[in-house]
Write a protein that binds this ligand. Structure first.
Ligand code: NDP
Length: 347
Protein backbone atom coordinates (compact mmCIF):
# COMPACT_ATOMS: atom_id res chain seq x y z
CA UNK A 1 0.00 0.00 0.00
CA UNK A 2 1.29 3.46 -0.86
CA UNK A 3 1.05 6.16 1.76
CA UNK A 4 1.46 9.81 0.84
CA UNK A 5 1.48 11.40 4.30
CA UNK A 6 -0.99 13.79 5.91
CA UNK A 7 -1.85 17.48 5.70
CA UNK A 8 -2.90 19.48 8.74
CA UNK A 9 -6.45 20.82 8.51
CA UNK A 10 -6.73 22.50 11.90
CA UNK A 11 -7.23 26.22 12.33
CA UNK A 12 -5.61 27.44 15.53
CA UNK A 13 -8.11 30.29 15.92
CA UNK A 14 -10.83 27.76 16.76
CA UNK A 15 -8.94 25.87 19.43
CA UNK A 16 -10.29 27.40 22.65
CA UNK A 17 -13.46 25.37 22.51
CA UNK A 18 -14.18 21.94 21.14
CA UNK A 19 -17.04 19.71 20.20
CA UNK A 20 -17.20 16.80 22.68
CA UNK A 21 -19.14 13.52 22.84
CA UNK A 22 -20.26 12.50 26.32
CA UNK A 23 -22.00 9.46 27.73
CA UNK A 24 -25.51 10.73 28.41
CA UNK A 25 -27.10 7.57 29.76
CA UNK A 26 -26.07 4.00 30.48
CA UNK A 27 -27.53 1.83 27.69
CA UNK A 28 -30.22 -0.67 28.57
CA UNK A 29 -29.64 -3.50 26.13
CA UNK A 30 -28.41 -2.39 22.72
CA UNK A 31 -26.88 1.11 22.88
CA UNK A 32 -28.68 3.91 21.01
CA UNK A 33 -27.72 7.34 19.68
CA UNK A 34 -29.72 8.84 22.55
CA UNK A 35 -27.12 7.44 24.98
CA UNK A 36 -24.66 10.03 23.62
CA UNK A 37 -24.62 13.78 23.99
CA UNK A 38 -22.76 16.41 21.95
CA UNK A 39 -21.55 19.47 23.87
CA UNK A 40 -19.12 22.32 23.36
CA UNK A 41 -16.48 22.36 26.06
CA UNK A 42 -13.50 24.62 26.74
CA UNK A 43 -9.94 23.51 26.32
CA UNK A 44 -7.86 24.32 29.39
CA UNK A 45 -4.84 26.57 29.04
CA UNK A 46 -1.78 24.67 27.88
CA UNK A 47 0.70 23.95 30.71
CA UNK A 48 4.31 22.75 30.64
CA UNK A 49 4.39 19.03 29.75
CA UNK A 50 1.16 19.26 27.76
CA UNK A 51 0.19 19.37 24.10
CA UNK A 52 -2.82 20.67 22.22
CA UNK A 53 -4.06 17.87 19.97
CA UNK A 54 -6.29 17.77 16.91
CA UNK A 55 -8.13 14.47 16.53
CA UNK A 56 -7.58 12.64 13.24
CA UNK A 57 -8.74 9.02 13.67
CA UNK A 58 -10.97 7.54 16.38
CA UNK A 59 -11.15 3.84 17.16
CA UNK A 60 -14.58 2.44 18.00
CA UNK A 61 -14.46 -0.97 19.69
CA UNK A 62 -16.93 -3.46 21.15
CA UNK A 63 -15.24 -3.29 24.59
CA UNK A 64 -16.46 0.32 24.96
CA UNK A 65 -19.93 -1.19 25.52
CA UNK A 66 -18.66 -2.68 28.80
CA UNK A 67 -17.35 0.70 29.95
CA UNK A 68 -20.75 2.29 29.27
CA UNK A 69 -22.33 0.18 32.01
CA UNK A 70 -21.34 0.55 35.65
CA UNK A 71 -20.86 -3.17 36.36
CA UNK A 72 -17.43 -3.89 37.86
CA UNK A 73 -14.91 -4.95 35.21
CA UNK A 74 -11.20 -4.98 34.41
CA UNK A 75 -11.44 -1.31 33.41
CA UNK A 76 -13.36 1.48 35.12
CA UNK A 77 -16.74 2.56 33.71
CA UNK A 78 -17.21 5.82 31.82
CA UNK A 79 -18.81 8.52 33.93
CA UNK A 80 -22.14 9.98 32.94
CA UNK A 81 -21.94 13.39 31.24
CA UNK A 82 -18.19 12.99 30.75
CA UNK A 83 -16.42 12.35 27.44
CA UNK A 84 -16.07 8.83 26.06
CA UNK A 85 -12.44 7.74 25.77
CA UNK A 86 -10.93 5.39 23.18
CA UNK A 87 -7.81 4.87 21.10
CA UNK A 88 -7.21 8.03 19.06
CA UNK A 89 -4.61 9.24 16.58
CA UNK A 90 -4.10 12.98 16.87
CA UNK A 91 -1.84 15.67 15.51
CA UNK A 92 0.20 17.88 17.84
CA UNK A 93 -0.99 21.42 17.10
CA UNK A 94 0.90 23.20 19.89
CA UNK A 95 3.52 21.66 22.16
CA UNK A 96 4.77 22.71 25.57
CA UNK A 97 6.85 19.57 25.90
CA UNK A 98 10.25 18.56 24.65
CA UNK A 99 8.84 15.08 23.89
CA UNK A 100 6.68 16.13 20.90
CA UNK A 101 6.84 18.87 18.27
CA UNK A 102 4.12 20.61 16.31
CA UNK A 103 3.04 18.36 13.43
CA UNK A 104 3.87 15.07 15.19
CA UNK A 105 1.20 12.38 15.06
CA UNK A 106 0.55 10.60 18.34
CA UNK A 107 -1.59 7.76 19.62
CA UNK A 108 -3.19 7.59 23.03
CA UNK A 109 -6.24 6.80 25.04
CA UNK A 110 -7.98 10.14 24.44
CA UNK A 111 -11.35 11.82 24.75
CA UNK A 112 -13.92 12.02 21.98
CA UNK A 113 -13.18 15.72 21.30
CA UNK A 114 -12.22 17.49 18.09
CA UNK A 115 -9.31 19.12 19.92
CA UNK A 116 -7.99 18.59 23.43
CA UNK A 117 -5.18 19.44 25.81
CA UNK A 118 -3.38 16.31 27.00
CA UNK A 119 -0.43 15.43 29.19
CA UNK A 120 2.34 13.82 27.18
CA UNK A 121 2.63 10.75 29.45
CA UNK A 122 0.71 7.98 27.79
CA UNK A 123 1.10 9.43 24.28
CA UNK A 124 3.29 7.71 21.72
CA UNK A 125 4.55 9.07 18.44
CA UNK A 126 3.44 7.22 15.30
CA UNK A 127 5.12 7.47 11.93
CA UNK A 128 2.82 8.64 9.13
CA UNK A 129 5.40 7.67 6.51
CA UNK A 130 5.59 4.00 7.60
CA UNK A 131 1.89 3.05 7.50
CA UNK A 132 -1.49 4.74 7.14
CA UNK A 133 -2.19 6.40 10.52
CA UNK A 134 -5.38 4.39 11.01
CA UNK A 135 -3.35 1.14 10.98
CA UNK A 136 -1.94 2.04 14.40
CA UNK A 137 -5.47 1.65 15.80
CA UNK A 138 -5.92 -1.73 14.14
CA UNK A 139 -3.45 -4.20 12.73
CA UNK A 140 -0.42 -2.36 14.16
CA UNK A 141 -2.24 -1.54 17.39
CA UNK A 142 -4.57 -2.98 19.99
CA UNK A 143 -6.60 -5.30 17.76
CA UNK A 144 -3.57 -6.68 15.90
CA UNK A 145 -1.89 -7.40 19.21
CA UNK A 146 -5.03 -9.04 20.57
CA UNK A 147 -5.02 -11.44 17.61
CA UNK A 148 -1.29 -12.11 17.84
CA UNK A 149 -1.00 -12.57 21.62
CA UNK A 150 -4.23 -14.51 22.04
CA UNK A 151 -3.42 -17.00 19.32
CA UNK A 152 0.24 -17.42 20.22
CA UNK A 153 0.16 -17.31 24.02
CA UNK A 154 -3.10 -19.17 24.67
CA UNK A 155 -3.77 -21.03 21.42
CA UNK A 156 -0.23 -22.42 21.25
CA UNK A 157 -0.71 -23.28 17.56
CA UNK A 158 1.02 -26.24 15.97
CA UNK A 159 1.38 -26.64 12.21
CA UNK A 160 -1.40 -28.73 10.67
CA UNK A 161 -3.93 -28.07 13.44
CA UNK A 162 -7.43 -26.74 12.74
CA UNK A 163 -8.17 -23.20 13.93
CA UNK A 164 -11.78 -22.00 14.06
CA UNK A 165 -12.38 -18.23 14.44
CA UNK A 166 -15.68 -16.51 15.23
CA UNK A 167 -16.18 -12.82 14.42
CA UNK A 168 -13.80 -13.81 11.65
CA UNK A 169 -14.26 -10.85 9.30
CA UNK A 170 -13.78 -8.26 12.06
CA UNK A 171 -10.70 -6.41 13.27
CA UNK A 172 -9.34 -9.15 15.54
CA UNK A 173 -10.76 -12.18 13.73
CA UNK A 174 -9.44 -11.31 10.29
CA UNK A 175 -5.92 -10.99 11.68
CA UNK A 176 -6.19 -14.20 13.73
CA UNK A 177 -7.11 -16.18 10.63
CA UNK A 178 -4.31 -14.72 8.55
CA UNK A 179 -1.75 -15.43 11.27
CA UNK A 180 -3.14 -18.96 11.46
CA UNK A 181 -2.42 -19.43 7.75
CA UNK A 182 1.10 -18.01 8.12
CA UNK A 183 1.69 -20.59 10.88
CA UNK A 184 0.49 -23.46 8.70
CA UNK A 185 -2.93 -24.15 10.24
CA UNK A 186 -6.17 -25.11 8.54
CA UNK A 187 -8.34 -22.03 9.22
CA UNK A 188 -12.12 -21.82 9.23
CA UNK A 189 -14.02 -18.61 9.97
CA UNK A 190 -17.55 -17.79 11.11
CA UNK A 191 -19.11 -14.47 10.02
CA UNK A 192 -22.52 -12.88 9.55
CA UNK A 193 -22.98 -12.35 5.80
CA UNK A 194 -22.20 -14.19 2.54
CA UNK A 195 -20.09 -11.22 1.46
CA UNK A 196 -17.96 -11.52 4.59
CA UNK A 197 -17.63 -15.29 4.20
CA UNK A 198 -16.47 -14.79 0.62
CA UNK A 199 -13.95 -12.22 1.88
CA UNK A 200 -12.57 -14.70 4.41
CA UNK A 201 -11.35 -17.01 1.67
CA UNK A 202 -10.63 -14.53 -1.15
CA UNK A 203 -8.99 -11.74 0.87
CA UNK A 204 -7.75 -13.26 4.11
CA UNK A 205 -6.80 -16.74 2.86
CA UNK A 206 -9.05 -18.76 5.20
CA UNK A 207 -9.72 -22.29 3.98
CA UNK A 208 -13.45 -22.10 4.55
CA UNK A 209 -16.17 -19.90 6.01
CA UNK A 210 -19.59 -20.32 7.60
CA UNK A 211 -22.39 -17.72 7.58
CA UNK A 212 -23.99 -18.14 11.01
CA UNK A 213 -27.02 -16.10 9.97
CA UNK A 214 -28.04 -18.48 7.18
CA UNK A 215 -26.90 -21.76 8.75
CA UNK A 216 -29.61 -23.70 10.55
CA UNK A 217 -27.43 -26.29 12.23
CA UNK A 218 -24.15 -24.77 13.37
CA UNK A 219 -22.94 -28.00 15.01
CA UNK A 220 -23.19 -29.83 11.66
CA UNK A 221 -21.81 -26.91 9.64
CA UNK A 222 -18.72 -26.75 11.87
CA UNK A 223 -18.31 -30.54 11.65
CA UNK A 224 -18.40 -30.32 7.85
CA UNK A 225 -15.96 -27.39 7.64
CA UNK A 226 -13.61 -28.94 10.23
CA UNK A 227 -13.57 -32.67 9.32
CA UNK A 228 -10.64 -33.30 11.69
CA UNK A 229 -12.32 -31.44 14.55
CA UNK A 230 -11.32 -28.12 16.13
CA UNK A 231 -7.92 -27.89 17.83
CA UNK A 232 -8.02 -24.16 18.56
CA UNK A 233 -11.14 -22.00 18.85
CA UNK A 234 -10.54 -18.23 18.87
CA UNK A 235 -13.80 -16.96 20.30
CA UNK A 236 -14.80 -13.35 19.63
CA UNK A 237 -18.55 -13.73 20.03
CA UNK A 238 -19.57 -16.23 22.75
CA UNK A 239 -23.21 -17.30 23.04
CA UNK A 240 -24.89 -19.90 20.84
CA UNK A 241 -22.19 -19.94 18.15
CA UNK A 242 -19.62 -20.92 20.76
CA UNK A 243 -21.96 -23.51 22.26
CA UNK A 244 -22.04 -25.23 18.86
CA UNK A 245 -18.25 -25.28 18.70
CA UNK A 246 -18.07 -27.39 21.89
CA UNK A 247 -19.57 -30.37 20.02
CA UNK A 248 -16.60 -30.29 17.66
CA UNK A 249 -13.58 -29.76 19.90
CA UNK A 250 -10.69 -32.21 19.83
CA UNK A 251 -8.74 -33.82 22.63
CA UNK A 252 -6.31 -31.26 24.12
CA UNK A 253 -8.02 -28.44 22.22
CA UNK A 254 -7.70 -24.85 23.39
CA UNK A 255 -10.42 -22.19 23.41
CA UNK A 256 -9.23 -18.59 23.51
CA UNK A 257 -11.96 -16.45 25.08
CA UNK A 258 -11.22 -13.10 23.51
CA UNK A 259 -14.69 -11.56 23.46
CA UNK A 260 -18.41 -12.27 23.66
CA UNK A 261 -20.06 -9.57 21.57
CA UNK A 262 -23.21 -11.67 21.05
CA UNK A 263 -24.10 -11.23 24.72
CA UNK A 264 -22.71 -7.74 25.50
CA UNK A 265 -26.17 -6.20 25.15
CA UNK A 266 -28.03 -8.85 27.15
CA UNK A 267 -29.99 -7.40 30.03
CA UNK A 268 -30.03 -10.71 31.88
CA UNK A 269 -27.27 -13.20 32.60
CA UNK A 270 -27.04 -15.36 29.45
CA UNK A 271 -27.70 -19.07 29.91
CA UNK A 272 -25.84 -21.56 27.74
CA UNK A 273 -24.95 -25.21 27.81
CA UNK A 274 -22.65 -26.57 30.53
CA UNK A 275 -19.12 -26.49 29.20
CA UNK A 276 -17.53 -28.71 31.85
CA UNK A 277 -18.40 -32.17 30.41
CA UNK A 278 -17.02 -31.12 27.01
CA UNK A 279 -13.79 -29.90 28.60
CA UNK A 280 -13.38 -32.96 30.81
CA UNK A 281 -13.91 -35.58 28.15
CA UNK A 282 -11.62 -33.78 25.69
CA UNK A 283 -8.92 -32.74 28.21
CA UNK A 284 -9.65 -29.35 26.71
CA UNK A 285 -8.98 -25.87 28.10
CA UNK A 286 -10.63 -22.46 27.90
CA UNK A 287 -8.84 -19.29 28.82
CA UNK A 288 -9.99 -15.70 28.79
CA UNK A 289 -7.52 -12.87 28.43
CA UNK A 290 -7.17 -9.14 28.13
CA UNK A 291 -4.58 -7.98 25.63
CA UNK A 292 -2.75 -5.98 28.31
CA UNK A 293 -1.96 -9.28 30.11
CA UNK A 294 0.82 -9.64 27.54
CA UNK A 295 2.07 -6.04 27.60
CA UNK A 296 5.66 -7.18 28.08
CA UNK A 297 5.44 -8.94 24.69
CA UNK A 298 3.78 -6.13 22.72
CA UNK A 299 6.97 -4.67 21.23
CA UNK A 300 7.85 -8.08 19.84
CA UNK A 301 4.28 -8.52 18.59
CA UNK A 302 4.22 -5.19 16.74
CA UNK A 303 7.60 -5.95 15.18
CA UNK A 304 6.32 -9.28 13.86
CA UNK A 305 3.00 -7.85 12.62
CA UNK A 306 4.80 -5.00 10.83
CA UNK A 307 7.20 -7.47 9.23
CA UNK A 308 4.35 -9.69 7.98
CA UNK A 309 2.54 -6.60 6.65
CA UNK A 310 5.62 -5.43 4.82
CA UNK A 311 6.15 -8.90 3.34
CA UNK A 312 2.54 -8.89 2.10
CA UNK A 313 1.69 -11.91 4.27
CA UNK A 314 -0.86 -9.90 6.26
CA UNK A 315 -3.61 -7.86 4.73
CA UNK A 316 -5.10 -4.89 6.66
CA UNK A 317 -8.78 -4.24 6.00
CA UNK A 318 -10.57 -1.25 7.48
CA UNK A 319 -14.03 0.25 7.42
CA UNK A 320 -13.52 4.00 7.64
CA UNK A 321 -16.47 6.26 8.47
CA UNK A 322 -16.02 9.99 8.08
CA UNK A 323 -16.87 12.87 10.40
CA UNK A 324 -16.71 13.56 14.12
CA UNK A 325 -20.51 13.54 14.44
CA UNK A 326 -20.63 9.97 13.12
CA UNK A 327 -18.50 8.42 15.89
CA UNK A 328 -21.47 7.15 17.97
CA UNK A 329 -23.17 5.64 14.90
CA UNK A 330 -19.94 3.90 13.89
CA UNK A 331 -19.81 2.37 17.37
CA UNK A 332 -23.43 1.19 17.12
CA UNK A 333 -22.73 -0.29 13.68
CA UNK A 334 -20.33 -2.81 15.27
CA UNK A 335 -23.30 -4.56 16.85
CA UNK A 336 -24.98 -4.86 13.45
CA UNK A 337 -21.93 -6.23 11.71
CA UNK A 338 -21.62 -3.22 9.41
CA UNK A 339 -17.81 -3.28 9.53
CA UNK A 340 -15.31 -5.41 7.67
CA UNK A 341 -11.97 -5.45 9.42
CA UNK A 342 -11.21 -2.56 11.78
CA UNK A 343 -13.86 0.13 12.25
CA UNK A 344 -12.29 3.59 12.43
CA UNK A 345 -13.70 7.11 12.17
CA UNK A 346 -11.72 9.68 10.22
CA UNK A 347 -12.24 13.24 11.43
P1 NDP B 1 -15.15 -6.52 15.19
O1 NDP B 1 -14.35 -5.72 14.21
O2 NDP B 1 -15.13 -8.00 15.04
O3 NDP B 1 -16.64 -5.97 15.15
C1 NDP B 1 -17.66 -6.62 15.76
C2 NDP B 1 -18.23 -7.75 14.87
O4 NDP B 1 -18.93 -8.65 15.72
C3 NDP B 1 -19.27 -7.29 13.87
O5 NDP B 1 -18.71 -6.85 12.66
C4 NDP B 1 -20.16 -8.51 13.71
O6 NDP B 1 -19.72 -9.29 12.59
C5 NDP B 1 -19.93 -9.32 14.98
N1 NDP B 1 -21.16 -9.37 15.77
C6 NDP B 1 -21.91 -8.36 16.20
N2 NDP B 1 -22.97 -8.81 16.89
C7 NDP B 1 -22.88 -10.16 16.86
C8 NDP B 1 -23.70 -11.23 17.38
N3 NDP B 1 -24.82 -10.97 18.08
N4 NDP B 1 -23.30 -12.51 17.16
C9 NDP B 1 -22.19 -12.78 16.47
N5 NDP B 1 -21.38 -11.82 15.95
C10 NDP B 1 -21.73 -10.53 16.15
O7 NDP B 1 -14.66 -6.19 16.65
P2 NDP B 1 -13.20 -6.46 17.23
O8 NDP B 1 -12.45 -7.30 16.29
O9 NDP B 1 -12.63 -5.17 17.67
O10 NDP B 1 -13.53 -7.31 18.51
C11 NDP B 1 -13.89 -8.68 18.39
C12 NDP B 1 -14.11 -9.25 19.77
O11 NDP B 1 -12.88 -9.22 20.49
C13 NDP B 1 -15.12 -8.47 20.61
O12 NDP B 1 -15.89 -9.38 21.35
C14 NDP B 1 -14.24 -7.62 21.51
O13 NDP B 1 -14.88 -7.28 22.69
C15 NDP B 1 -13.07 -8.56 21.72
N6 NDP B 1 -11.81 -7.91 22.06
C16 NDP B 1 -11.14 -8.41 23.14
C17 NDP B 1 -9.93 -7.90 23.49
C18 NDP B 1 -9.21 -8.50 24.66
O14 NDP B 1 -8.22 -7.93 25.12
N7 NDP B 1 -9.67 -9.65 25.15
C19 NDP B 1 -9.32 -6.77 22.77
C20 NDP B 1 -10.08 -6.37 21.59
C21 NDP B 1 -11.29 -6.93 21.28
P3 NDP B 1 -20.73 -10.32 11.84
O15 NDP B 1 -21.27 -9.59 10.66
O16 NDP B 1 -19.83 -11.45 11.48
O17 NDP B 1 -21.81 -10.69 12.82
Amino acid sequence: MKWLGTVSKFNLKDMNTTKTINLKSRPKGTPALTDFDFTISENSELQEGEVLLGTKYVSVDPYLRGRMSDAPSYIEPFQLNKPIVSGIIAEVLVSKSTKFSKGDNVIGSLQWKETQVAKVDGLKKVAADKAPLSAYLGILGMTGLTAFQGLREIGKPKKGETLLVSGAAGAVGSVVGQIGKILGLRVVGIAGTDEKVEMLTSEFGFDEGINYNTTENMVEAIKKACPNGVDIYFDNVGGEISDAVLFNINKFSRTINCGAISVYNNTEQPIGISVQPFLVKNSSSMQGFIVSDFADKHAEGIKQLAEWLQQGKLHATETIKEGFDNIPQAFLDLFEGKNKGKMVVKI
